[in-house]
Design a protein around this ligand. Structure first.
Ligand SMILES: C[S@@+](CC[C@H](N)C(=O)[O-])C[C@H]1O[C@@H](n2cnc3c(N)ncnc32)[C@H](O)[C@@H]1O
Length: 335
């Protein structure tokens, strides 16, 4: 644990918080929360008083971010011990601060489109002041006459976007210590919000166990863009949302995990669609060549993402082939 992290824990306790966790890192170096003692199902693991929570209006991340920027730039912020532990520019990765040179290695037109023309464009437009009417606080109001580079702005937007909880209606909340909780899709620990923000154990935890919550049922392309990592737990990996049969760019329609059912023509159409995606994806990767290692974390994340996307497509293609073979009996359906 760093000195700043210890200072954060001491400050939270001095402010009335209750902690049965400490801050540590896993084998891959990812920082997270770990229990300091056994915790029984239903017991509070972390309790944070409301007065050290920073809540901003629940609007698009880039429009809410000046409030965080203002705190970061204020030398006497009441949240200083918390702000000092926020990751620096190299410690947070989202679509907002995704490095330009790595955009093409997403190797997917829909992902590249969203990253460039939704996330990055939005960050840029807010930085240029085009969305000031939508903002409670503008960037100049947050930092006065100082300047901020686009890179610095993308970093702040990424921090806000990847660390807030929706625990209060109409607000996005940055909760000291609790924003150090990592994601595990299988988790059942619960966040509650009353006079304190509490994390309650969904199962018995041993001392020294990592405490996680689920950030939601996101697919790997969404996790990559919103949080800069991919799910390494789910096997076989789930299809990327851009590969799902019901995916429509910029439409938030629910994407079911139920296997496609229907007559053989429907299954064959889906099989051909997925095979087409896989072929186009492999051709794109071949055309791009090796991913440069300029930023090793981004390069390695992309390699993991490609591997998971490929395996998800193979798994679904295999499942459909089997289903069609089953439907045609022992005669062997033309696939
Ligand atoms: C709310 S923060 C959690 C604390 C963060 N690890 C830290 O040190 O500040 C969310 C970020 O944690 C990381 N993260 C969370 N869950 C992860 C996981 N399962 N695998 C890898 N990184 C994860 C990602 O960088 C993500 O954007």
């Amino acid at each position: 644990m760093t000195k700043d992290e210890q200072a954060l824990l001491d400050w939270v306790i001095a402010e009335g918080g209750e902690l049965r966790v400490t801050i540590s890192r896993d084998e891959a170096g990812v920082r997270g929360l770990y229990t300091t003692q056994p915790v029984k199902k239903g017991e509070v693991i972390v309790s944070i008083p409301q007065h050290i929570v920073l809540s901003v209006k629940n609007v698009a991340a880039a429009e809410a971010s000046p409030q965080l920027l203002k705190e970061i730039h204020s030398p006497c912020s009441r949240l200083r011990p918390y702000l000092d532990t926020l990751p620096g520019p190299d410690g947070v990765l989202t679509a907002y601060n995704w490095p330009e040179e790595y955009i093409k290695y997403l190797a997917d037109p829909a992902m590249e489109e969203q990253l460039k023309n939704s996330f990055k464009l939005h960050a840029r437009n807010t930085w240029l002041g085009h969305n000031d009417d939508e903002m409670e606080v503008t960037i100049p109001e947050a930092i006065g006459r100082k300047n901020i580079t686009l890179k610095e702005w993308e970093h702040v937007v990424s921090l806000l976007s990847s660390r807030t909880f929706s625990i209060r209606k109409g607000a996005l909340s940055l909760v000291p210590v609790l924003d150090l909780v990592n994601h595990d899709v299988r988790d059942i620990n619960q966040l509650g919000n009353s006079s304190t923000v509490d994390l309650v154990a969904g199962k018995d935890l041993a001392a020294g166990e990592q405490v996680t919550i689920t950030y939601g049922s996101m697919r790997n392309d969404e996790l990559l863009m919103y949080y800069g990592f991919v799910d390494t737990v789910t096997e076989p990996p789930r299809l990327f949302s851009v590969d799902h049969r019901d995916f429509k760019l910029y439409e938030a329609n629910p994407l079911s995990d139920s296997p496609l059912e229907g007559p053989p023509e429907v299954l064959r159409t889906e099989l051909a669609r997925l095979r087409g995606i896989l072929t186009a994806f492999e051709a794109r990767l071949d055309g791009l060549g090796p991913i440069p290692d300029t930023q090793p974390y981004v390069a390695s994340l992309l390699r993991d993402a490609h591997d998971r996307r490929r395996r998800a497509l193979h798994a679904e293609i295999g499942r459909l082939e089997q289903q069609l073979q089953g439907a045609s009996g022992s005669g062997g359906e033309e696939l």
